[in-house]
Every structure is written in C-alpha cells, then in structure tokens.
Design a protein around this ligand. Structure first.
Ligand code: UDP
Length: 456
C-alpha cells in the first residue's frame, strides 16, 4: 500500500543539448524544492554530472551514438538518432523504475524527445512535456503544416519572397519561418511535426517563460494544444544553470570585466549549437573592431566549421582591438550578464540566453541560425522591442551600426528602460501570488493528482 506521507516521484528525461539540459535540471531542482522525489534518465552523450546533485537520482541509458556522430554534432541528425536509438533503452529503464517504485506520478520529457510518447502510452504512465523555448516560437512550429499547405516551402522565388510578411503568423517574415532556409527542409519538418503531435498527446505542457512577455500569444496556445499549460519561468530565477554547464566556464572573463567601465562592454556569444563559416566570423570580427566598443567574446571551440578555435581570426583584428577585447572559449554567462560592466549582449537568440539577458536588463543585438531562433529574434525586434535584429546576416557595416545604436545611442537606452518595466512585471509574476508561482502550484497539483488516477 502507498504511504500517504511519502513524496511522489517524477522521472525526467532531458534532451542532451546544453540549452535543454540547463532548464530540465533547473526544473528538477524546482520540483524537488516542492517536495517531489526526482529521478533523471539520461544518455551517455552530454551526460550531466550526478555528483553535483546528490539530492537527485540518475539513470544512464545507452544512446547508440558513435564517436563520429557525437563529434560532428549535426543537430538534426542527432535529434533523429536520439529519438530512434533511445526508445528501447528508455522503455526498459522506465519499466525497471516502475517495478521498483510505487511512488511514480509521471514523467516529464523534453518536447523534442517525441519518442517518449509511445513509451508512456504503452506503459500507461502520464507524460508532461517541457518545451524549453518561447510560446511564440512553439506556435510557429505548430503552424508549419498550414504554411506548408499554403506553399510557403515551395522553392520558387524563395529569395525574392524572403522579406514578405507571413499573414498567418504576424509579425514573421518568410525568412523567419522555421526551417524555410534549408535546401531540403523535409527532415527538419518531420521532426517539427513529430514534436508538435507528441506534445498534443501529453497530459500537460510546461514552458520556461512568463506571461507578460508572451502576451498576446499565450491565450492562442489552447487552439493548438488542448492540454493544461504552465508558464513557470524564468527557471533560472529559482536555480542557476552554472552547475549544469557541460563546458568549463572561464572565470577570467569576470576578472577582465572587473577592469572595465560600467555598462561599457558588449558580451557576444552564440550558445552551444550554432556553427558558422569563416567568412561570417571575419565580418563579425571587423564589425566588433570598427564599432570601437569593448567586447567580451565567447568563441566556442567548433563554432567555426573546420577550425579548432581562433585560427581564422585575422592577426590585424587582434592587433587593432588589443586590450579592448577579451576572448574566452566558454563564459559563466549568467554571471557575465549580471556584471555591472556589461551593457549589451549580441546573442544567437537561443531562448535561455534571451531569458537570462532579460532578467539582467541587458539589451540585445539579435542574430539567428536555426530552430526557434529566427522567431525569437523577430519578436525581440518587432514585438517586444528588446533587441536590434541583424536583418542581413553578417555584414560588418550593419554590425558596427547596431553595436553603436545599442551601446551609445538613444535606441539602446530606450530598450534598457523597457527592460526595467518588464523586469518589474517578471518579479511580480515570480512572487508567491504571481502568475509564474501560481502556475507552478497548478503544475504541482496536476502531478500530485496523477498518483490517484491510474494511467491517463
Ligand atoms: N552558456 C554559458 N556560457 C557561454 C555560452 C552559453 O554558460 O559561453 C549557457 C547560457 O547561459 C545558456 C546556455 O548555455 O544557459 C545556452 O542556451 P541557449 O538556449 O541560449 O542556446 P543553445 O545553446 O541551446 O543554442
């Protein structure tokens, strides 16, 4: 018989990418602090370090990835392989846990691990989905089949249509539609479709975001996902993501920032997945140099295709910028953004980066490369007006002008003022009776209710 006083167990299954591990571990900590027992099923690839979380239990499953597949880090291919390879081991591990514990309430899986849907259905366990990005970008994902049906993905005249508005999804332009820029978008579209369909079949949907940011899209969620939804972010306001960093964060970045003037430094980072070519890196470098502003640049090894690290940067760039610039491989990002010397963030518009920047009141320059980033950057520029989007990709003149606008002009100041207002609303949302906190209560209640109902 169940012990009524015993904590309920929730089993989490994160997608093993940095931008997905961070929020899942934060959610694990949040639910643990709410009294749940947490087990995490994880792959060998990008495995979290269990020794950092003695209060959580970890269960390793084989992911079947070869060294070559891991090192190539082709995001779409990895998504396909992880879903195909993990379905059996995930089922086996879950079955074992279900026979060993009578306290399991549900599983929470990353939305992109859509293979978990069939496993949960077969084993008769409730599944909640964590979507680690914005509501607006997930609505764009859900609208892709409609856009496909209307011919948006036909290759005819795509170049001439790039700037056209998408009437079905304002304020997006054709170039912002998920995966539209891919030469062969079919693989990406299949993953989007599977993700959305598997989410529709879940018992609940969690977002790491907050409603003041997501209005007016938040109410539209129910048109696509007729399941309970929970906006409980920003997660990192409850627990930092520093401990789940897969790469070593170079703390000399903070020592260097300590020597700089308040609000003077532009922090530049494109997260953990983006890959760019050498030509764009060089345009980036000259945009930074010509702007004459101090910068801290996180250049992740592997960022530039075919390069180990900084080989493709021209010597003249390093000479011209001298002590005005500081380059690290990986930064303690949350700490960097909260440092008084940082006055701007040139980001790839990854959702964790966007939230971390908003929480520290740092205005953004927005690039975008894949997945949800195009939608996030469009909203940052056109709707929320918290960032300046680089519309032409990587052109040193546009980059220089955007940096000056952000760091020196009225435009940057106005963004800072908007961020102050938004932060106040976010703080209210996180208070005990605020939206995010109430949403978290409702999520805890839903999870607790599962134990009394069997299956789904
Ligand atoms: N990050 C970091 N150091 C860096 C760059 C990024 O710690 O030099 C962290 C950042 O704080 C964020 C995560 O890595 O939590 C990146 O997630 P995001 O969603 O922004 O982008 P992704 O890596 O998924 O593209």
């Amino acid at each position: 018989m169940d012990d009524p006083g015993k904590a309920l167990r929730v089993i989490l299954f994160p997608l093993p990418f940095q931008g997905h591990i961070n929020p899942m571990i934060q959610l694990a900590n949040i639910l643990h602090s709410r009294g749940f027992t947490i087990s995490i099923i994880h792959t060998h690839f990008n495995s979290p370090d269990p020794s950092k979380y003695p209060h959580l239990t970890f269960h390793l499953i084989p992911d079947g990835l070869s060294e070559d597949q891991e090192s190539k880090f082709d995001v779409l291919r990895l998504l396909h392989l992880l879903n195909a390879n993990c379905i059996g081991p995930f089922r086996e591990c879950l079955e074992k846990l279900m026979s060993a514990h009578d306290d399991i309430a549900c599983i929470i899986t990353d939305a992109l691990l859509f293979c978990s849907k069939d496993v949960a259905q077969d084993l008769g366990i409730h599944r909640i989905v964590l979507r680690t990005s914005s509501v607006c970008s997930f609505l764009a994902f859900a609208t892709v089949p409609l856009l496909q049906g209307k011919g948006y993905y036909s290759n005819n005249n795509l170049d001439s249509r790039r700037e056209d508005p998408v009437l079905e999804l304002p304020p997006l332009r054709v170039k912002d539609i998920p995966s539209i820029q891919r030469r062969n978008p079919n693989d990406a579209l299949k993953i989007l479709r599977n993700t959305v369909e598997a989410t529709k079949a879940a018992s609940g949907l969690i977002f790491n975001t907050f409603p003041d940011l997501e209005e007016p899209n938040h109410p539209n969620l129910h048109e696509h996902f007729r399941i309970p939804t929970f906006l409980v972010g920003p997660f990192h306001k409850f627990f930092s993501s520093a401990s789940s960093s897969l790469l070593t964060q170079d703390r000399s970045a903070i020592t260097w920032l300590d020597t700089q003037k308040p609000d003077s430094v532009l922090y530049v980072s494109f997260g953990s997945l983006v890959k760019m070519d050498e030509k764009n890196l060089i345009e980036m470098a000259w945009g930074l140099a010509n702007s004459m502003q101090p910068f801290l640049w996180a250049v992740r090894p592997g960022l530039v295709q075919g390069s180990e690290w900084l080989e493709s940067l021209p010597i003249e760039f390093l000479e011209v910028t001298g002590k005005r610039g500081y380059i690290v491989k990986w930064a303690p990002q949350q700490e960097v953004l909260s440092h008084p010397s940082v006055g701007g963030f040139w980001t790839h518009s990854g959702w964790n980066s966007v939230l971390e920047s908003i929480c520290e009141g740092v205005p953004m320059i927005c690039s975008s490369f894949l997945g949800d980033q195009m939608v996030n950057s469009r909203y940052l520029n056109d709707v929320w007006k918290l960032g300046i989007k680089l519309e032409n990709g990587f052109e040193k003149e546009e980059i220089e002008s955007a940096i000056r606008k952000l760091m020196l002009d009225r435009e940057g100041q106005e963004i800072r003022e908007r961020l102050v207002c938004l932060k106040e609303k976010m703080d209210v949302s996180l208070k005990t009776d605020g939206f995010s906190s109430r949403s978290l209560n409702a999520l805890s209640d839903l999870i607790s209710s599962f134990k009394s109902s069997s299956g789904f």
